[in-house]
Design a protein around this ligand. Structure first.
Ligand SMILES: Cc1cc2nc3c(=O)[nH]c(=O)nc-3n(C[C@H](O)[C@H](O)[C@H](O)COP(=O)(O)OP(=O)(O)OC[C@H]3O[C@@H](n4cnc5c(N)ncnc54)[C@H](O)[C@@H]3O)c2cc1C
Length: 346
């Protein structure tokens, strides 16, 4: 492929691959079955500089850029789709948003901790009756003499039960529609009025998603991130960045499928020869390879554009769509190439 990486980006890839193979691969099969989330791994990856890839050095980051961050995500996803998602909940979501919108004291309080993994981050837009249509959310933040009072339910929130800090989107003035939504930084631990519980999922079991209920939660005026009424554009800008990382995760999953299929097709024999000798299997693997290479180019290009200050929302969506569709197709083909073993939990 013609995309060229700097020495720094190549070295980051090697570090991420080594970490994923040595620290996550040995435990993940059992952990995925049991739904175990290991907070210490987030801290270890933080100390290796993973979460700080898009954060300036003065806040603890390495500032190697979106392309570097995408490479790390891809390498983690190749081994564990669960742990590769933490880029979004640590720094692409909260960290970067605080950096762009926050006051100096908000930045100092939260960003270094999210970067080094001592703090677990999260962001909450989705509600039981609010998914794609984010403006339909019901959660309110009512002003009082001590700041704001939060009431409402968020659901499907990554890290809901383990987060230290959450970026909450709520209406300060529902009458104003989009212009009445605001964003808040909420400390999640030991905060009376907040209750959480996990949601059982089909997969990604090492990554927790759950519901958060806010019942008369008093927060200070300093909890507001950005200006009152600016929650909707803050959310849109954040989602534009998180989409790229959904694409990078899919790309890593696509590569894992391709590698597993090639290996299995070389080892498994039927009718007196390896599966890989059959033209139909070759065709499936070739298709997987072509689509994976195309996804890589799209995702790397969008990341590299972002590093050069170009924020094309449609380009990110194209990359996300294509990388995700090709990963799902690769998983489907891999399952078939593995025959009955594709259906086992082994
Ligand atoms: C593992 C996981 C982790 C998550 N983590 C977080 C998190 O950390 N924070 C957070 O806020 N949310 C999180 N979410 C929620 C996620 O953002 C929502 O699932 C997403 O916004 C879609 O909303 P929904 O699931 O309610 O689907 P819906 O919006 O109800 O959509 C249902 C279906 O209708 C389609 N649809 C919707 N609108 C249209 C339309 N206009 N035209 C055509 N089709 C349409 C959708 O594509 C989908 O197929 C997470 C979800 C999952 C599964």
């Amino acid at each position: 492929m013609y995309f060229e990486f700097s020495e720094e980006q190549q070295s980051v890839r090697e570090t991420a691959r080594k970490f994923a193979e040595e620290r996550i691969a040995p435990i993940q099969e059992v952990d995925e079955k049991k739904g175990i989330f290991r907070r210490e791994l987030i801290a270890e990856m933080g100390k290796l500089g993973f979460w700080g890839a898009i954060i300036p050095e003065e806040y603890g980051g390495s500032n190697i850029g979106f392309l570097g961050a995408v490479i790390i995500t891809e390498e983690l996803a190749r081994i564990s789709a669960s742990y590769s998602g933490h880029f979004v909940s640590q720094t692409v979501g909260p960290g970067l948003t605080i950096l762009r919108q926050g006051t100096e004291s908000q930045k100092i309080k939260y960003v270094p901790g999210l970067v080094n993994g001592d703090l677990i981050g999260s962001f909450a837009s989705t509600e039981p009756n609010t998914g794609s249509d984010v403006a339909s959310m019901k959660m309110t933040a009512k002003r009082n003499e001590k700041g704001f009072v939060l009431n409402g339910t968020k659901t499907w929130i990554t890290n809901a039960t383990v987060a230290d800090v959450c970026l909450i989107f709520a209406y300060t003035d529902k009458e104003k529609k989009h212009h009445g939504m605001s964003c808040f930084l909420v400390d999640m631990q030991n905060n009376s009025g907040i209750s959480t519980h996990p949601i059982e999922k089909l997969g990604l079991s090492c990554s927790i998603a759950g519901e958060i209920i806010f019942q008369d939660v008093q927060i200070s005026p300093e909890s507001m991130l950005g200006k009152e009424g600016s929650g909707f554009p803050i959310l849109m800008e954040m989602l534009n960045s998180t989409r790229l990382f959904a694409a990078a995760r899919a790309m890593g999953v696509g590569r894992a499928c391709l590698e597993a299929s090639v290996k299995y097709a070389q080892e498994r024999e039927q009718f007196g020869q390896p599966l890989g000798k059959f033209q139909m299997i070759q065709e499936q693997i070739a298709e997987m390879y072509v689509e994976h290479e195309a996804a890589k180019l799209l995702v790397y290009q969008v990341a590299s554009n972002k590093d050069r200050g170009k924020q094309g929302a449609s380009d990110v969506s194209v990359a996300k769509y294509y990388a995700c569709e090709s990963a799902v197709k690769a998983a489907d083909m891999t399952l078939k190439i593995f025959g009955s073993y594709g259906y086992s939990m082994e």
